[in-house]
Design a protein around this ligand. Structure first.
Ligand SMILES: [Zn+2]
Length: 504
């Protein structure tokens, strides 16, 4: 067992602070301490909080809260990363949301695509180097195997190949060369090339050789050099280029290579010369004629799920999206609320009292939204805009908000009456006024659907109602379908009005 370097003083002080951050379930703190002290180095690098929860029988929400609070006090570091769906390697890894972009080129396989916050963008947590120093804090010190297979390859890839239950074993299986190439060194690899592709990467650039059906007796020779961070070659056939391939699910994927060429099948000898003043981590691998896979990931904390977590908004207010960048979200649920008759209330009881009540109503809604694992985006006058990852929880939250406000009304002389609307779909996330906000047609629809609601009513669109589990969650309620025209949408919109509980 290698040395475990834990800074006891730091760890104990920070655990004591973390314990005070909020009430935790029994043994949550002791399990975390055991994890930090005893887990293998690699396990403390990019901890997936959803898997952490599963392995310790915690709720996902508590585990996410745990790592967010732990990050806030410096026990862990947040790591935003983008996983390539076609090779499983981490395309980019960032400490803050503000560094995130939507468009990436994978340096390992050359796949070039747009990413969405709920599409291969995930958030993980690595132990702080001040608490426990692990080799993954110093990637330059790693063996080339650890660098590729533990540091650069995502832990969360689910292998689609029955012969290789672990994706890293599939990677090892197709790897023909893996090693550091020192400055000035030339590495020679001889490979039998059946029809199909062979790729060479230094972790920053990728080049591809595509072997045709034509067989050749003579050995092909390929000479490449690494200069100024790119691959170069004197071979006139080796040219930068992009190509489109069909992946395993018959969709088109774009690939771009620093250099590529076709050559006949047969034996090939590849020389790679490192003309840089730093060593290079070279990997040559042979996917052959295997179709481009579309890899799925184990359940994880997607960027979207994190943005829809109230604790993230509370603790990391300064975490914003880069100006001029719009991050896509494929599917998120919006909840809009408003108070009925608030103008009259301000007139009746005066601004100060009304303002006080409106704030208490915000607190009530915030509590429900937090309990149902959503996040408030903003308040607009007396209205609230919130986002949820899960449409069932969004629907349940909407109903509970009305109940909670009814209960709150018993404690005050006025009656606060809520009107709620829900819709789900794609949207973009941007930063406006130093705060994360959401835009798009689906946001507009959610707001318009809210405007249909009358006293203590919730309106949901068909997109929400037909989400798995939502109609079950509404069994005890009167649900009335309706077709409406809303501003900005050309076709009639199918909506459902959720009224009172059934009294039977
Ligand atoms: Zn890739």
């Amino acid at each position: 067992m290698p040395d475990i370097k834990v800074n006891d003083q730091q760890l104990e002080a920070q655990l004591a602070r973390l314990e005070q951050a909020r009430p935790w379930s029994p043994r949550v703190m002791s399990k975390l301490e055991t994890f930090i002290r005893a887990a293998p180095d690699v396990d403390l690098f990019r901890v997936n909080p959803i898997q952490y929860a599963l392995e310790r029988s915690m709720t996902e929400a508590e585990a996410v809260d745990l790592f967010l609070h732990a990050t806030k006090i410096g026990l862990f570091e947040m790591d935003w990363h983008i996983v390539c769906p076609h090779c499983g390697f981490v395309v980019d890894s960032l400490h803050t949301l503000s560094q995130l972009r939507t468009h990436y080129l994978c340096p390992i396989c050359g796949a070039e695509r747009d990413y969405a916050l709920d599409d291969y963008i995930q958030v993980a947590f690595s132990i702080s180097p001040q608490v426990r120093d692990i080799p993954y804090h110093h990637p330059e010190s790693l063996s080339v195997e650890d660098l590729y297979l533990n540091y650069r390859l995502s832990k969360d890839v689910i292998s689609p190949l029955p012969a290789f239950p672990a994706w890293r074993d599939a990677i090892i299986h197709v790897t023909r060369y893996l090693g550091y190439v020192q400055p000035g060194e030339i590495v020679r690899t001889a490979i039998a090339l059946p029809p199909g592709v062979l790729r060479t990467t230094d972790g920053r650039n990728c080049l591809q050789l595509a072997a045709t059906q034509e067989q050749q007796e003579q050995t092909s020779r390929i000479a490449i050099r690494l200069v100024d961070g790119t691959f170069q070659s004197d071979d006139p056939q080796m040219q930068p280029g992009s190509l489109t391939a069909k992946h395993a699910e018959q969709q088109l994927v774009q690939f771009r290579y620093d250099l590529q060429r076709e050559l006949p099948s047969g034996r090939v000898v590849i020389d790679v010369e490192n003309r840089q003043d730093r060593r290079s981590a070279l990997c040559i691998y042979q996917p052959g004629d295997m179709p481009v896979p579309v890899l799925t990931l184990r359940p994880n904390l997607s960027g979207k799920k994190l943005l829809a977590t109230q604790t993230f908004g509370d603790l990391f207010r300064s975490e914003i999206i880069k100006m001029d960048e719009t991050l896509s979200i494929k599917d998120i649920t919006f909840v809009f609320t408003d108070l009925k008759g608030s103008t009259e209330m301000y007139e009746q009881i005066g601004d100060a009292k009304a303002y006080f009540l409106v704030h208490q109503h915000f607190d009530t809604l915030r509590r429900v939204i937090r309990e149902r694992h959503g996040a408030i985006v903003k308040t607009i006058g007396d209205a609230v805009m919130a986002v949820f990852d899960n449409p069932i929880e969004a629907t349940t939250a909407a109903l509970e908000m009305i109940d909670a406000l009814t209960t709150f009304n018993h404690t005050i002389s006025q009656e606060l009456i809520l009107k709620v609307g829900l819709h789900r779909g794609h949207a973009i996330a941007v930063t406006v006024n130093e705060r994360i906000d959401y835009f798009g047609q689906n946001v507009n629809i959610a707001a318009r659907v809210q405007a249909l609601a009358d006293a203590n009513e919730v309106y949901i669109t068909a997109d929400v109602y037909t989400s798995p589990g939502v109609s079950d969650a509404l069994k005890a309620y009167q649900v009335a379908p309706d077709e409406v025209l809303v501003k900005g949408v050309s076709e009639k919109l199918l909506v459902y009005k959720i009224g009172q509980h059934h009294h039977s």
